[in-house]
Design a protein around this ligand. Structure first.
Ligand code: URP
Ligand code: ZN
Ligand code: ZN
Ligand code: ZN
Length: 463
């Protein structure tokens, strides 16, 4: 396995250089203006960018949620990810109430091992934070190589934790070098609004958004940040959708706090009017937090441009319209929350961001790969193109145009929220540790090729 990727433009979070890349034994062994071939396989990257493989820091594969199980598992989800240029996912191992964290992790290994076609790491999504669960956190960090934990300020009577618990988790996590992630929405307020809506006979998908206002996200985000500040802990806010939440993150960062924000493709190109689509099609867009008014898209683009939001995750959580989203046909609160986004995450940011001139190439790499690697302890083995790093590489052809559709995507689900969007840019080749796993429209990888990645403890890289 000796490969020269020849004639492309290498892009990392900091550099853009025309160079050849030499890959040997699954790692990058040289980057130089011209590398003379002997017995190497030559990969033609003329006219293409060479990006570090995407790292999707937010996926839910094979996850029981909302009374059903997500439509994509570790095989179909990671194949779709690979076609989109992603070579590592960090999936959420769901810890159920009453269970141990260790069991949750073992369950997730059983789901992923032997199935994933790209590399994977885990966060733990904590279902209840009993004292004995909290005490398990140091063991999970030390023994399992899992260094981030998601807690919920929403989904009342289910996953939601109170402020005392959130504060204790933040303190515990920071002591052992872990990073806490929050789903920041005020679940108490949302619960009242949902009950009132249902009592008034408001059952359609659009009421999902109307009962989860942006202020509930802004409030929870600001509260989580203050709790982290008191605890002296870093904090990562997942799926930021609106000005209220993004501004709270910007303010905290201006005060020098290690607070990080992630947004997702859906919040940049879909908006609250999508809930009004007829024939229950609005259910495709039911996710939490919900899509917002168009104005927030511009706010989020501005924050990405200024790197006031640091990471770009898909929040992949796919459900079929038929048989799954339909569970909430007559009650929006029963529609399973989430959408299929793992495949088009990089394409959406490339087309609407880079191609449209809103962000630069280095920012694209920082958001889709380098920053997730830094925040979750995978850098510099992953997240960059450098001598000694894993040869997770995407040869990205910026001239190819395609139209996104559920009829052609690789996800195992009957809908795509980006349906009909035409985008420039598509992987010509994708390499996982030197193995060519995607060649145009052909998949060359195999289930089980993906390897579990242990994450290092949180380190405050300047982002
Ligand atoms: O609606 C969403 N986002 N579903 C996935 C679970 C979560 O809260 O991230
Ligand atoms: Zn969430
Ligand atoms: Zn999620
Ligand atoms: Zn090979």
């Amino acid at each position: 396995m000796r490969i020269i990727i020849s004639g492309g433009t290498v892009v990392t979070a900091s550099d853009i250089v025309k160079a050849d890349v030499l890959v040997e034994g699954g790692i990058v062994t040289a980057i130089a203006q011209q590398i003379a071939p002997d017995d190497h396989e030559i990969v033609n990257a003329a006219g293409c960018y060479i990006f570090p493989g995407g790292i999707d820091p937010h996926t839910h594969l094979d996850m029981p949620f909302g009374g059903t199980v997500t439509a994509d598992d570790f095989r179909t989800g990671t194949i779709a990810a690979a076609f989109g240029g992603t070579t590592t996912v960090i999936d959420f191992a769901l810890h159920s109430k009453g269970d141990t964290l260790r069991n949750a992790v073992a369950t997730w290994h059983a789901k992923a091992d032997g199935k994933a076609v790209i590399d994977y790491a885990f966060h733990v999504m904590v279902g209840d934070m009993r004292p004995e669960v909290m005490e398990e956190i140091p063991l999970i960090v030390e023994e399992e190589g899992i260094t981030s934990f998601k807690v919920f300020m929403a989904y009342k009577n289910n996953l939601q934790v109170d402020d005392e618990t959130l504060f204790r988790v933040l303190r515990m996590a920071s002591q052992v070098g872990a990073l806490v992630q929050v789903h920041a929405e005020n679940g108490d307020v949302i619960e009242v609004l949902v009950r009132e809506a249902l009592a008034k006979g408001q059952f359609e998908p659009k009421y999902h958004a109307l009962t989860r206002p942006k202020e509930a996200e802004g409030e929870a985000t600001a509260r989580a940040i203050r709790l982290a500040e008191i605890a002296g802990a870093p904090l990562y806010v997942v799926h930021v959708t609106c000005a209220e939440a993004a501004d709270a993150i910007s303010d905290a960062r201006k005060r020098g706090l290690p607070i990080y924000g992630e947004t997702c493709p859906q919040y940049l190109v879909c908006d609250e009017t999508d809930y009004e689509r007829p024939d229950f099609e609005g259910a495709k867009y039911v996710m939490s937090p919900p899509l917002r008014a168009k104005y927030h898209q511009e706010v989020l683009w501005g924050k990405l441009k200024n790197m006031e939001l640091q990471a770009f995750g898909s929040d992949q959580c796919s459900f079929n319209l038929k048989g799954q989203k339909e569970l909430g046909r007559h009650d929006f609160s029963k529609i399973p929350n989430g959408s299929p986004t793992i495949e088009d995450r990089m394409a959406i940011l490339y087309h609407f961001g880079v191609h449209s001139g809103k962000i630069g190439l280095n920012q694209f790499v920082a958001l889709t790969s380098a920053n997730p690697a830094k925040l979750f302890g995978l850098y510099p083995r992953k997240g960059t193109i450098a001598v000694g790093a894993d040869a997770d590489l995407v040869v990205w052809d910026p001239q190819v145009q395609r139209t996104i559709s559920a009829t052609t995507h690789h996800m195992n689900v009957d809908n795509n929220i980006f349906e009909g969007m035409t985008v420039m840019g598509k992987p010509r080749y994708v390499f996982l540790r030197g193995h060519k796993i995607v060649d145009g429209d052909q998949f060359l990888g195999k289930p089980g090729m993906g390897k579990f990645q242990r994450c290092e403890r949180f380190a405050p890289f300047p982002l």
